[in-house]
Design a protein around this ligand. Structure first.
Ligand SMILES: C[S@@+](CC[C@H](N)C(=O)[O-])C[C@H]1O[C@@H](n2cnc3c(N)ncnc32)[C@H](O)[C@@H]1O
Length: 578
């Protein structure tokens, strides 16, 4: 039987890809390492040695006896469901549950027949996983009801503990795998906290399967959230994988809770420091996080020690920022005096300090606490892709009537939700004009200085709501591409309406929430512009081992006539779409 706790250790003989040279005596989490080209962790797939069963370290749920909780259970079942956040995890899970129910021919009872008909809370139950939800949980069916089982994949037969029944489905804790799915490979699991920590969902799933699943997540998002005629959408492209599948996260934020009353006192035990236990409002004590970069993994240890030694100075709980920063230096090698570029990594913990990241030869300086993409290893491929998609198709007809479509760079670029200028800088070189907008004034200040430092002279940046950008644009939509990269909640209608009025030739919509992205594309395609054709949709895997996927959708303005033609030619799309 496969137990829920699996051990983690670096396989014997495998060195860290980063070799530490000298600790720098400055702020408490600062240390330097020499850069050696990182080795993909996926190659380190030697089976991990077993360590003792740690299940007694898992925080126990309070157990209720059947009688005392029955009325409470009944009330919970009858309570109207809380309003859910648009495109949030609950809504997405609900869509997957409804879809599985309709596939299985199940109907949803308006009020559950009786709480007593359901397995009691905290009882153990055996379930066969049918499908994987977009939130990364396995879904199983039992007596006409859908059960949500974390850390499980289709084909697994699992033992799970029933936690609670809602009006639409039941929530469980994963306990163990009784019979594994063909796709499950536990030797891939690289973290001893996997199956308790809420951070990762897929460490047991081979990477190719994770990418395939994320493509399905995008497909389902457009099926359920866009309200669009499928004929208006291209097939979802293959998900582009991350070069690093472990050791990639350049930002981690472990946290700890404070005491119920007053601050910490000298002699208080150190609280649990880490990430949330899956399905609970409880912190899991974590000493390591193998999806973090090596310098952040060292940073976790140093931060824990610091909190332990300075606990009495904390009035309440805290979130610890651990952010990687890179310095490139020329170093002399050997006696001949040859020099070579080396990278030194630091772990920054001060929100107001600066961090530096390189993407190819581009250098970005950011406030440590502000947004910057969290997986540096995928950024070169990702930004190349976005840059190529900002080029739009231009149709030319030669005198003999031959029609050719060429991919043409835009004259102007609008970077909406620009942060510290990632797309303006990487995609804006040689364009006639670039304009970026972001609500975070400090990010905007850094966008301006990053543009100057990278020799982008044609860019200007505005602090404010995204729609404010349309007050400042003084160039035509017909020669402009817009990159849109909003936060998880997606774009405001005010912004989308003005975008549709501006009618840029190309829109490349980047999103860390493919559900709100699908909703917004539905609005763009059916809104008052109505003349956008979707040319490509695909995912980039910024967060291997987790359920997250970054979606990129490329749209071209073709006018209403173009859309009518598209619908007519829906069965013959070959070759014409760039
Ligand atoms: C996903 S980040 C993208 C940042 C940037 N494109 C990058 O890749 O580094 C979303 C950005 O939207 C900004 N933002 C959030 N709400 C906004 C709004 N209403 N108007 C403009 N920017 C907003 C945030 O400050 C954040 O920088």
């Amino acid at each position: 039987m496969i137990k829920r706790y699996l051990p983690f250790s670096r396989p014997p003989g495998l060195q860290s890809p980063f070799v530490r040279i000298a600790p720098t005596p400055s702020r408490y989490l600062k240390s330097t390492v020499t850069y050696v080209p990182p080795q993909a962790w996926s190659k380190m797939s030697a089976p991990l040695p077993l360590t003792p069963d740690l299940s007694n370290t898992r925080p126990q749920r309070r157990q209720h006896d059947g009688n005392s909780s029955r009325n409470q259970k009944r009330r919970r079942l009858e309570r109207a469901p809380k309003p859910v956040k648009e495109g949030g995890a609950e809504e997405v899970l609900q869509a997957d549950i409804s879809s599985l129910m309709s596939t299985l021919g199940l109907t949803q009872p308006e009020v559950p027949s009786s709480a007593q008909d359901l397995p009691p809370e905290f009882s153990e139950i055996e379930l066969t996983i049918k499908t994987l939800s977009s939130t990364g949980d396995g879904l199983a069916e039992h007596n006409g009801r859908i059960y949500v089982v974390p850390f499980s994949i289709p084909g697994d037969v699992v033992t799970a503990k029933v936690i609670r029944h809602t009006t639409t489905h039941s929530i469980t804790d994963f306990l163990s795998v009784k019979s594994p799915s063909q796709d499950r490979d536990n030797s891939l699991i690289g973290c001893k906290y996997f199956s308790t920590c809420s951070g990762c969902q897929f460490q047991m799933l081979p990477y190719a399967k994770q990418l395939e699943h994320k493509r399905n997540v995008i497909q389902k998002a457009y099926d359920s959230f866009s309200n669009l005629d499928p004929k208006l959408l291209p097939g979802i492209g293959d998900t582009v994988g991350s070069p690093l599948q472990y050791g990639y996260r350049t930002k981690l934020t472990p946290h700890f809770d404070g005491p119920r009353r007053g601050g910490f006192k000298t002699g208080d035990p150190t609280p649990d420091i880490g990430f949330m236990v899956k399905g609970r409002r409880q912190v899991l004590d974590i000493e390591d996080c193998p999806i973090g970069t090596d310098i952040l993994r060292e940073g976790i240890k140093t931060a824990r020690k610091y909190v332990e030694e300075n606990l009495h100075t904390y009035k309440r709980g805290a979130t610890i920022l651990l952010r990687e920063s890179t310095t490139r230096r020329l170093r002399e090698e050997g006696e001949a005096g040859n020099t070579k570029w080396v990278e030194e990594k630091e772990c920054i913990t001060d929100n107001n300090a600066q961090t530096t990241e390189y993407i190819g030869d581009y250098k970005f300086v950011n406030p440590a606490g502000a947004f910057f993409q969290n997986n540096n290893s995928i950024l070169p491929a990702f930004t190349d892709y976005v840059r190529s998609k900002l080029h739009y198709p231009v149709l030319t007809t030669s005198p003999d009537g031959t029609r050719t479509i060429t991919s043409t760079p835009p004259k102007y670029l609008v970077d909406a939700y620009c942060g510290s200028g990632l797309f303006s800088i990487i995609c804006g070189k040689d364009l006639t004009g670039v304009i970026g907008v972001d609500i975070a004034a400090d990010s905007i200040a850094y966008a301006s200085s990053n543009a100057a430092a990278n020799n982008i002279e044609n860019a200007r940046f505005i602090a404010g709501n995204a729609e404010k950008i349309f007050e400042s644009i003084d160039f035509p939509g017909t020669e402009t591409s817009v990159v849109v990269d909003p936060p998880r909640k997606g774009c405001d209608k005010l912004f989308l309406d003005q975008l549709l009025e501006f009618k840029p030739k190309r829109v490349v919509y980047v999103s860390c929430n493919v559900h709100t992205q699908a909703r917004d594309l539905g609005y763009i395609l059916s809104g008052k512009g109505g003349g956008y054709r979707v040319d490509e949709i695909r995912g980039f895997d910024f967060f291997p081992q987790t359920h997250h996927v970054e979606g990129v959708a490329t749209l071209t303005w073709v006018g209403e006539e173009g859309i009518a033609n598209l619908l007519e030619e829906a069965n013959d799309k070959s070759g014409d779409l760039l």
